[in-house]
Design a binder for this molecule. Structure first.
Ligand code: MEV
Length: 316
């Protein structure tokens, strides 16, 4: 008899603008990023649950801190089905560089939740998917706004505000997004904590910067609706300067952002938690995007990806 098996995937995400401010109730725009993805395979076995992923290979019960969010979800989902936590293995393959602001933790949780539901033959609603993904994100990031799980789970661009109904957001701009990986792991949890401390020590200045970020996201939304890539680029770079003031950029991110601008980007900024991870640059056509990508690679970026910022975002 063939052993049971379930295979599910999830794609990455890019925050176009509004990261960190979104934790304080300001809006943020995020897009799915199908250039990178996670694949979870669950197979029927005999014995304890074995986990194989980037950070760890071994018994689930002995997992290190780095995979605690995932462990919590695997245990929680299995228990919620009244199934035993044994006799299966979970293998996670990834093309999302870990801890680079591309949503790898949310995508690992989401592909695994999908695979568990399939393996145990249960129906998964979007609400349940987001509830479990949020449980994992809480362990990984401390106090997540929920944007990563929402955009990775929904696989559509979102104009997102914490605690508000999701607003799917049509993006069809004749422009290209270049993503550049610094090659250094970002520190979302520490960066979120750093911003909290900044606000605690300088409440007026801190909240002013957060509000400015929110206004830039509103401006970015209007620029996208007006199909004005130049205005969007300017808003992106202004957001980067504020994120730097809040202490979530670093030298390498600032260097790659400057290089992208020197090479003709309409705007550039860090993306996601910061303090490492990735930056993004906006280019007005494919040729310019290729050129910016080459500039970034020759300036020390570990990898780059290019995506049209349009309706063909998913699956392009
Ligand atoms: C991380 O991708 C985005 C942050 O705004 C944190 C969050 O929203 O949970 C930095």
């Amino acid at each position: 008899m063939e052993s049971r098996r379930a295979i599910k995937t999830a794609i990455g995400k890019i925050i176009l603008i509004g990261e960190h401010a979104v934790v304080y109730g300001e809006p943020s725009i995020a897009i799915p990023f199908p250039g990178v993805s996670i694949k979870t395979t669950i197979c029927e076995t005999i014995g304890p649950v074995i986990l194989e992923c980037y950070y760890y290979r071994g018994r689930l019960s002995d997992s290190p801190k780095a995979v605690l969010g995932l462990k919590k979800v695997i245990e929680g989902v299995t228990e919620s089905f009244n199934e035993k936590l044994e006799n299966f293995s979970i293998h996670i393959a990834s093309t999302i560089p870990p801890a680079r602001g591309m949503g790898s933790s949310a995508a690992v949780a989401i592909s695994t939740i999908r695979a568990l539901y399939e393996f145990f033959n249960r129906t998964l609603t979007e609400n349940e998917l987001l509830k479990w993904a949020h449980e994992s994100e809480k362990v990984v990031h401390g106090s997540p706004s929920g944007i990563d799980a929402a955009v990775v789970g929904g696989e559509r661009p979102l104009y997102y505000r914490k605690g508000m109904p999701f607003v799917p957001f049509k993006i069809n701009l004749d422009a290209y997004l270049v993503v550049g990986d610094t090659g250094r792991e970002g520190q979302t949890r520490e960066a979120v904590e750093g911003v909290r401390q900044f606000i605690e020590s300088k409440p007026d200045e801190g909240m002013e910067l957060i509000k400015e970020l929110g206004n830039l996201t509103r401006l970015a939304r209007k620029s996208i609706e007006d199909k004005d890539a130049e205005k969007l680029g300017k808003a992106m770079f202004k957001a980067h300067i504020i994120l730097d003031k809040l202490g979530v950029s670093n030298d390498k991110l600032n260097f790659l952002v400057s290089k992208a601008l020197d090479c003709g980007a309409l705007g550039a900024k860090l993306t996601g938690g910061g303090r490492g991870g990735c930056m993004i640059a906006l280019a007005d056509d494919r040729k310019k995007a290729n050129y910016i990508s080459q500039c970034l690679l020759s300036s020390g970026a570990k990898n780059t990806w290019i995506n049209r910022l349009g309706d063909d975002l998913v699956g392009s």
